[in-house]
Design a binder for this molecule. Structure first.
Ligand code: WT7
Length: 656
């Protein structure tokens, strides 16, 4: 229901009555509890939610800040938390429902899932995988992916899932950085009604510099022809049959790593974000309960690919830790038509549905009236993640999918935060389209300046988290210095370095937080994080490119797309007239170096780039020009200030 005075959407009484957090006062009570007695708050939650093998002795160790440690001395196993502990109460409950793109269907009860995970864990042990070893998972969206992840957790191996859309080169970089011992993949899967392949990409990735990888385990999915290297490649489906369904969980310390997940930063190669066992699973579970108000009868669906953090926390670990039923879908939302998702929501009686603004905008643009053809009455909560949602898309989703009654939780968080940080609570928070609203209890998110002063209403500032939280990033794999530099060197409060997210934001008159987007050199294309530095170093491989600068510009479907300013070599054979050809060549390079998600949509050839006297490219100015905005920045300190006008004229000419 719309709140008349403030243009806010109040939660429905019917939903609130049964919700865990029923109104905004209950939210503030929890928030105050966490503020007044920070460690006690987290201690209580950790004792209540986690099945410990042995109790922790210290809630938070800040001695070596910002390398925080949570729940030290405690031992647990995340697969036990997600599976074994449900055996008494939910062994026959459905844990995973799976639908393949071609319509095939699978169900795993909690009992079956536990047994499959144990079998896979035993198999991993036979491959010589031990506690602390890294396993790279390059898989489609099928139940086996969850099984392998949980099997790693069971034996204490650290998984590193690489999104199946990344190229062999990108896969190789991640394998080498993690020094993985094993790669688990599939022959391929189905997408847009056709088989596509993954195994050939693994073969290509392993062609050089991957001596660390001893074996490749292949799950058969689409049954297409693949090459086998004897002694290196093994078929999962055959070997798994011989394994026992019993496997004792490894005893893990709270701070033992659960996984690595690579994500892009503003400089250099992608960084391996490290997540711990106890803190991560605690927050995954708590946020499922608070933000989705997950209940035993729910059929829950998060459409994210498991290659991203959303797939980790909200397709697999979070729902399973809660004993919920989670749906995994293999393919695209538009196959065989754009009613696919709505049909699935109707058929599986999905009650909580979590997806991305890009998918919403795409389905809206494609067939705005399609949802009305289905019975979507089962939906109680909708969620979005990954990028800002524009009020138009929000309204369409709210009215047409949620039937103007399912609240939308616009959840702001990051790979580094492990779980939700700023989000409405479906039974408590009055919604405002386009705003992530309020930080969760226990999360001290503030919009500040570099010195830690809190910004006023409407003022842009740095979105920071000023106290540690259990599911926070523990470091960057193999690079302690980069962790401190990336997250703890931009802002301070009371003399102490605080976590800076890389996002800008402002408060509105209700104290709600609206995210304005990255302030660093990271672009958010269709909810995927892309470092402009990665793009620039890839296209520098083209023989005609002298240098380039890449920025994000607005796109009506993907949120942002890549705009490249390219300086060609003076002796380059390609003249500006053949720019279309060059753009195609550059995108070919990007597909090889990164994958199809990295695609330049707009290109401008320029005689030079605006740089500071120390040689740093002023991307912010280029962003302003590319967006057709007025240049307000001071350009007097540039090495060659005329270049700004030259570029602005070129862009103008292009637009006209
Ligand atoms: C970046 C994190 C969090 C899982 C998926 C993406 C942007 C994320 C929102 C939101 C506006 C958002 C931020 C953030 N972002 N959620 N609700 N509203 N922006 O994870 O790849 O680590 O990207 O996505 O810019 O920093 P990620």
């Amino acid at each position: 229901m719309q709140h008349k005075n403030q243009n806010l959407f109040k939660p429905s009484k019917e939903f609130s009555r049964n919700a865990r957090i029923k109104n905004i006062c209950e939210y503030y009570d929890l928030w105050n509890e966490a503020e007044e007695n920070f460690e006690q708050f987290w201690k209580n939650k950790a004792l209540e939610k986690i099945t410990w093998f042995s109790p922790f002795s210290k809630v938070l160790n800040q001695d070596n800040a910002p390398f925080y440690k949570w729940f030290e001395g405690g031992t647990l196993n995340v697969s036990y938390q997600c599976l074994d502990r449900h055996m008494k109460t939910r062994r026959n409950k459905v844990a995973i429902m799976f639908e393949g793109e071609m319509g095939d269907f699978e169900v795993y009860t909690y009992r079956r899932l536990l047994h499959e995970v144990c079998k896979a864990a035993n198999l991993l042990k036979k491959f010589g995988i031990e506690k602390g070893d890294r396993v790279v998972i390059y898989m489609p969206m099928i139940p086996e992916t969850a099984i392998i992840m949980l099997a790693c957790a069971r034996i204490g191996a650290i998984h590193s899932v690489v999104f199946g859309g990344f190229s062999p080169e990108a896969l190789r970089d991640r394998i080498i950085d993690a020094k993985a011992k094993l790669v688990v993949t599939a022959d391929g899967a189905f997408r847009r009604g056709k088989p596509y392949m993954l195994k050939p990409a693994v073969d290509e990735a392993l062609e050089k510099d991957c001596e660390c990888v001893k074996k490749v385990l292949i799950v058969i999915r689409n049954k297409e022809q693949i090459d086998y290297i004897p002694g290196r490649d093994y078929i999962y489906n055959e070997l798994i049959k011989n394994e026992s369904y019993k496997c004792e969980p490894e005893i893990m310390d709270s701070e033992d790593l659960l996984f690595l997940l690579y994500t892009s930063g503003s400089t250099g190669k992608p960084k391996g974000v490290m997540h711990s066992s106890a803190g991560y699973i605690l927050w995954a579970q708590m946020t499922m309960e608070w933000v989705f108000d997950i209940k035993d009868m729910d059929n829950y669906w998060c459409s994210a690919d498991v290659g991203w953090i959303t797939g980790h926390t909200y397709s697999i670990y979070g729902p399973l830790a809660c004993g919920a039923t989670t749906l995994i879908y293999e393919g695209t939302p538009t196959y065989p038509n754009s009613g696919r998702w709505w049909r699935m929501i109707e058929e599986y009686q999905i009650s909580k549905f979590y997806t991305s603004p890009t998918a919403i905008r795409m389905l809206h643009a494609d067939s705005p009236n399609e949802p009305k053809k289905y019975d979507l009455e089962s939906l109680e909560v909708l969620g979005t993640v990954g990028e800002p949602i524009n009020p138009n898309a929000w309204k369409w989703f709210y009215e047409n999918v949620g039937n103007s009654k399912a609240p939308i939780v616009d959840t702001w968080w990051q790979t580094e935060t492990g779980g939700h940080m700023i989000t409405p609570l479906p039974g408590a928070t009055a919604l405002k389209p386009g705003s992530a609203t309020l930080p969760l209890p226990g999360i001290f998110a503030q919009i500040i300046d570099e010195e830690g002063n809190i910004k006023g209403v409407g003022e842009d500032g740095l979105l920071c988290i000023v106290k540690p939280w259990p599911s926070m990033i523990r470091g960057i794999w193999g690079d302690e210095k980069r962790y401190v530099e990336s997250y703890f060197s931009q802002a301070k409060q009371n003399g102490k370095a605080v976590y800076f997210s890389g996002d800008g934001a402002f408060y509105d008159e209700n104290g709600y937080i609206t995210i304005t987007g990255r302030t660093d050199d990271v672009v958010n294309v269709a909810g995927h994080r892309i470092g402009t530095a990665e793009i620039e170093s890839a296209i520098a491989k083209h023989s005609s490119v002298a240098e380039s600068a890449v920025v994000g510009v607005e796109d009506s479907i993907k949120g942002e797309t890549l705009f490249a300013f390219v300086v060609l070599n003076r002796d380059s054979s390609c003249d500006l007239g053949s720019s279309v050809e060059t753009l195609k060549e550059l995108n070919d390079i990007l597909r090889v170096e990164i994958g199809p998600i990295a695609k330049i949509e707009k290109i401008l050839y320029t005689p030079g780039l605006p740089k500071t006297r120390s040689g740093k490219i002023m991307r912010r100015i280029l962003r302003t020009i590319a967006r057709g905005e007025e240049i307000k920045q001071d350009i007097s300190t540039l090495e060659d200030s005329h270049i700004v006008q030259t570029i602005a004229n070129l862009v103008k000419a292009e637009i006209e």
